[in-house]
Ligand binder design. Structure first.
Ligand code: IPE
Ligand code: IPE
Ligand code: MG
Ligand code: MG
Length: 324
């Protein structure tokens, strides 16, 4: 178990590290761009949206709880991808791009608040602190999720108003990522079915928002979003596989959220369904597929090479050789 826990932690780091390297390298040609600048832009855009939504006459408890659900953030992986793809497509750092990134993150935060509710995963901890319903009660938590979803679309509407063509495309791609038939809503709804296909479930509950994140970046940058879909799908799949590995084999000391949740709640989990080795093999293959899915842009080859090298280097040697 200790070895498994260490392995899961390394795998989690692998994926997060790849993301960081990925986003950094994508913005290499954006001379002013960089991880710090992206992070600051994301926080600023989120603050503007949350301030507007929680201003008077918002009921104080709802206002506090909405703020609590968004700040401080987690990895902010999805909006970082949005900004990185927009930059790779030659887009400017402007209000529309930042608004799209903030909207994506608000939708992600909403999904976490709802996912933690007793009627879903019943999780008492999120990002190292009490989950929203744990601190503010269930009615407020339901409303926090609702409010963030509405505010996400409001943010897109406000920031893309001067570019109606992009506005329509953004609304369409973001709706698809979070709604039906294959977005987050659908992904969570699979849990109420008797027969669940793991790949379809992961694709909807997690992959869809990653596809939305890269697509929103492409739209903001003036490119064809469909070219970026395969990369979003593969990154989303890898991310949920790593999260399942952490949930199944990690220990609480490694995580800022409760683990063993999938087993406790009888939720599909890649390790429980495939076994540890097959789950790891699938993660490795998915990372390789992600590298192959990078569309033509400045630095495509470097980006591919980087993804594969980082993955190979960080997957523990004894497992890496077994899967070679
Ligand atoms: C958690 O996502 C939900 C999954 C899809 C695994 P993150 O791991 O990106 O959560 P935060 O935003 O960093 O807390
Ligand atoms: C979360 O999946 C996907 C969402 C739509 C929020 P998980 O239930 O595996 O995510 P964690 O482990 O709670 O972060
Ligand atoms: Mg959960
Ligand atoms: Mg999980």
């Amino acid at each position: 178990m200790a070895a498994n826990s260490k392995l899961a932690r390394k795998l989690q780091f692998t994926v997060v590290y790849i993301f960081l390297q990925y986003t950094l390298s994508l913005i290499l040609d954006n001379k002013k761009g960089g991880q710090m600048e992206s992070a600051a832009r994301i926080e600023q855009s989120l603050e503007a949206a949350v301030d507007r939504a929680t201003a008077k006459p918002c009921p104080p408890k709802l206002a506090k709880a909405v703020h609590y659900a968004v700040f401080p953030g987690g990895a902010r992986v999805r909006p970082t991808l949005t900004l990185a793809v927009a930059a790779a497509c030659g887009g400017q750092a402007n209000a529309l791009t930042d608004g799209a990134a903030a909207a994506i993150e608000m939708l992600h935060c909403a999904s976490l608040v709802h996912d933690d509710l007793p009627c879903f995963d019943n999780a008492s901890l999120r990002r190292g602190k009490p989950s929203v319903h744990n601190l503010y009660g269930e009615p407020i938590a339901v409303l926090v999720g609702d409010a963030l979803i509405v505010e996400a679309f409001n943010t897109i509407a406000r920031t893309a108003a001067s570019d109606p063509a992009k506005l329509v495309d953004l609304i369409e791609c973001v709706s698809k990522a979070v709604g039906m038939p294959g977005g987050i809503v659908a992904g969570q709804a699979w849990e109420s079915e008797t027969k669940i296909d793991l790949i379809d479930y992961h694709r909807a509950k997690t992959g869809s928002l990653f596809v939305g994140s890269v697509s929103a970046g492409a739209i903001a940058g003036g490119s064809d979003p469909s070219e970026w879909h395969p990369l979003g799908e593969k990154i989303g799949e890898a991310y949920q596989l790593a999260d399942d590995l952490l949930d199944a084999t990690g220990s609480i000391a490694d995580s800022d959220k409760p683990l063993g949740q999938d087993r406790n709640n009888s939720k599909p989990n890649a390790v429980m369904e495939l076994g540890l080795e097959k789950a790891m093999k699938r993660l490795k293959q998915t990372i390789a597929d992600a590298a192959d899915s990078v569309p033509a842009c400045a630095g495509t080859n470097e980006l591919r090479e980087l993804i594969v090298n980082q993955a190979t280097r960080l997957v523990p040697a004894k497992y890496a050789t077994a899967f070679a």
